[in-house]
Ligand binder design. Structure first.
Ligand code: C2O
Ligand code: CU
Length: 509
């Protein structure tokens, strides 16, 4: 693909700017990995489960000897895991006891518009007083060029219910904050959790389950000397021109947290494990490898992506994961010698954060019983037919001098539709760019048709909701819009790009 004139060819190594910690950092592989607890419903009936989550400030122990004040769902980071059954409704009653307004979005959910977390559909803090955000300041954009539109802002004081039908395939979804102009700092401070959907098709497969089915939320963070999360200020009052702007490409931390623990270690049995990898980092992409590789290589057996199971497993030596993407992999720790310590490392281009976590395999000579399997046929994946597409649209993702990051030259404006697809139809959407942009669509999963005019890449298979674009790339995808009418988001999932306006509405009709 020819590079348009004036393109910023920054190479694959720099999708953001590193923010160094001043806190003392622990040695890697000392802190045990924990798995976020599964939330229990407060009420269940024949068709639905009701949950309650209080968004609150919590004092976390992340670095040894220091406390980190965090914005949390229910007091932990990651927040509690919601486990749902396909076709059974989940309602979550969120209370906002944080000092600022929030918006909850279920990433990957096929959700009606009023529960999807429109960026100005705010839940205002329950408590008044210092630090609370009255309606007038509820919209305070990170970029001065981004307008606030009081007319389109809806807000609910204190709390509200979000309803998720879960009428979709088994998949690893996640929920996170989505407030206009503030998603980056809100997620960085801790507002993210898993939402898993199971179905009969998946359960019939005998994939690793129970303690051997582990969600891994990978994030990078930086810490101030006192242990608090460090983030360049997006508050206009605290914004330092030139310094804050330096982070416009994205904020990178120098510590990798997995499920909120710095470079943790997990003691595993000599058995197969299903690892649900989620890149919940604001801006950092990863290229993950096992080190050492198991004999014969191909140790990361991909069984699923953003939208659930693939048709067939794919063996990888390394997997690439841009912000918001998920990859479900099975790793067979019985293929290593007993007692092997296997690192999960990040080999993304010139990235400085090479360590992620370690698996310490049991030294027991006799392997435990393991009746799990990775069948050669996983789940059928319907192919969307691009010949049936009723429209083709192109979206150019670019930086603009005056208004941050833009889509087709436009910074985000609530209420302005970039596309109006008809429900029930398939469209082909083409994204072109000159930088790193993980593009995400709400409402429906899509299929990657081509990358730079050729076949999709090795990590583009199956149903996706986020697709990674690199400098000078073009990606074409097919999407069928279904069921829910209203305004939904398309945006870059580099959260600093999103906050600095690389977002747009599409309205289904
Ligand atoms: Cu994960 Cu619109 O977001
Ligand atoms: Cu971007």
């Amino acid at each position: 693909l020819a590079a348009p004139l004036g393109m910023r060819l920054l190479g694959p190594g720099r999708p953001g700017r590193l923010l160094h910690s001043s806190a003392p950092l622990p040695r890697p592989f000392q802190v045990p990995l924990t798995v976020p607890s599964v939330l229990r419903p407060v009420h269940s009936d024949g068709t639905s489960d009701l949950y309650e989550i209080t968004q609150q400030v919590a004092q976390l122990q992340i670095l040894p000897g220091l406390t980190t004040p965090a914005w949390t769902y229910g007091g932990t980071f990651p927040g509690p895991t919601l486990v749902a059954r396909a076709g059974r409704r989940t309602t979550v009653r969120h209370r906002n006891e944080l000092p600022g307004a929030t918006v909850v979005h279920l990433h990957g959910g096929h959700t009606p518009a009023d529960s999807d977390g429109y960026p100005t559909d705010l839940v205002l803090p329950l408590r008044g007083g210092a630090g609370s955000a009255p309606a007038a300041t509820a919209c305070m954009p990170a970029m001065p060029a981004m307008p606030c539109h009081g007319t389109t802002a809806r807000s609910t004081p204190g709390g509200r219910e979000y309803t998720y039908p879960n009428d979709q395939r088994a998949a690893t979804l996640w929920y996170h904050d989505h407030r206009m102009g503030f998603t980056g700092p809100a997620v960085w401070r801790g507002l993210a959790g898993f939402h898993l959907i199971h179905d009969d098709e998946e359960e019939a497969l005998r994939l690793p389950r129970g303690d051997r089915d582990i969600p891994l939320m990978i994030t990078d963070r930086s810490f101030a000397e006192d242990g608090s999360f460090q983030y360049p200020s997006s508050d206009p009052a605290l914004r330092v021109p030139g310094v804050t702007d330096a982070y416009m490409d994205g904020v990178l931390g120098d510590v990798v947290l997995v499920n909120g623990a710095p470079w943790p270690v997990l003691h595993t049995e000599r058995a197969r494990y299903r690892l649900r990898l989620l890149n919940a980092s604001n801006a950092r992409p990863y290229r993950l490898e096992l080190h050492p590789q198991p004999p014969g290589g191909g140790g990361l057996v991909q069984i699923g992506g953003d939208g659930g199971l693939l048709e067939r497993p794919v063996r990888h030596d390394a997997v690439e994961l841009a912000p918001a993407e998920r990859l479900d992999v099975v790793v067979d720790f019985s293929s290593y010698r007993p007692g092997t310590r296997v690192q999960l490392v990040n080999r993304f281009a010139t990235d400085t954060t090479a360590m992620v976590m370690r698996f310490d395999i049991s030294s027991a000579q006799v392997a435990p019983t393991d009746d799990s399997a990775v069948p050669e046929r996983l789940a059928p994946v319907e192919r969307l037919d691009p010949a049936k597409a009723v429209a083709t649209r192109t979206f150019a993702l670019r930086q603009s001098r005056s208004s941050g990051w833009t889509i087709n030259g436009l910074p985000y404006l609530p209420g302005r539709a970039l596309a109006r697809p008809r429900l029930g139809t398939v469209e082909t959407w083409r994204f072109v760019t000159d930088f790193h942009h993980p593009v995400h669509l709400h409402l429906n999963h899509f299929q990657v048709l081509s990358r730079n005019g050729r076949a999709p890449g090795p990590y583009d298979g199956g149903w996706k909701d986020t697709v990674d674009l690199r400098p000078a790339e073009a990606v074409e995808l097919a999407v069928r819009f279904t069921d829910h009418r209203g305004a939904f988001m398309m945006h870059c999932h580099n959260l600093e790009h999103e906050d600095m306006a690389m977002m747009g509405d599409f309205v289904t009709e």
